[in-house]
Write a protein that binds this ligand. Structure first.
Ligand code: DGL
Length: 276
């Protein structure tokens, strides 16, 4: 059983995709909505939330935890601090950028706190990737996605709310144009909420540039963890996907179903409110 958490709906994108890649695994997802957004909190506050979320998921019996939030991943220490593997996503996105960039100039869209932490820059150095990274904080983007009523299963806005489409265009211009002006050929979607905006971001930056996220290398990281534990990705009995949300959020269940889509084969979805 794999545990995943984020501050809200961002990590549901990765939950949905990991569930497709590992259909014989159960998952527990925690949306820590009561503390959303993480991106404007202090580093030490987010680090404490990470600890609490990890403890909550470990108590549910998960064997690995994916921190499906870059702001939270940025606070993870290099040394192992937990009794089970806790996998961040900063490194996975960087490896994808390394793979896809030709000119090695990479833009990073992220929350204010992720940018302040310089976690992507530090990790890039540690991994010796030889990338030039240009950071761009996007304080308004995650709240826009979390509360914006996007038709997120399709990754694009399909409603007829012109204001929202126009708002997004303004945000994308403000956040992407400085990166384009720097000559980047790859843009890291360094906040899981932005993964829903991939088509809009790709459209803005044009075909010659690429928007990348952590999925491909995160799957590799998970396989590696399983291998090191000398455990196969065994079939579990009665696959379940349990989703918890902190606080009282009436809209969350609806958002979950929008994102998850129609296929709920053998999946038990329990959206529960809890206090952490
Ligand atoms: N989804 C989180 C991330 O990947 C950020 C959203 C927030 O600010 O809470 O950084």
């Amino acid at each position: 059983m794999i545990g995943i958490f984020d501050s809200g709906i961002g990590g549901l994108f990765l939950l949905r995709e990991l569930h497709k890649k590992f259909p014989n695994q159960s998952f527990i997802y925690l949306a820590d909505k009561v503390h959303f957004p993480y991106g404007d909190k202090s580093f030490s506050f987010v680090r404490d939330l990470v600890r609490k979320n990890v403890e909550f998921l470990a108590d549910q019996g998960v064997k690995q935890i994916v921190v499906a939030c870059n702001t939270a991943s940025a606070t993870l220490e290099k040394k192992k601090s937990y009794s089970i593997p806790v996998i961040g996503i900063v490194e996975a996105s960087l490896r994808q950028a390394k793979k896809d960039s030709c000119n090695k100039k990479v833009g990073l869209l992220a929350t204010v706190e992720t940018v302040k932490s310089r976690a992507f820059l530090k990790k890039e150095k540690d991994l010796n990737l030889d990338l030039q990274i240009y950071q761009q904080a996007c304080p308004r983007l995650a709240p826009f996605v979390e509360n914006g009523g996007w038709a997120i299963s399709q990754g694009k806005y399909t409603g007829n709310n012109k204001d929202k489409s126009e708002k997004l265009s303004v945000f994308l211009e403000e956040y992407l144009q400085p990166l384009i002006d720097k000559g980047v050929d790859t843009v890291i979607m360094g906040c899981t909420h932005y993964l829903y905006l991939e088509s809009a971001i790709s459209q803005y930056i044009g075909e010659s540039k690429k928007a990348v996220g952590p999925l491909e290398f995160l799957v590799q990281d998970l396989l590696e963890v399983k291998k090191n534990e000398s455990r196969e990705l065994q079939d579990e009995e009665g696959i379940t996907v349990n989703v918890f949300v902190s606080g009282q959020d009436k809209g969350f269940e609806k958002q979950f179903h929008q994102i998850w889509g129609g296929n709920k084969n053998n999946v038990r979805i329990v959206v529960e409110s809890l206090k952490i």
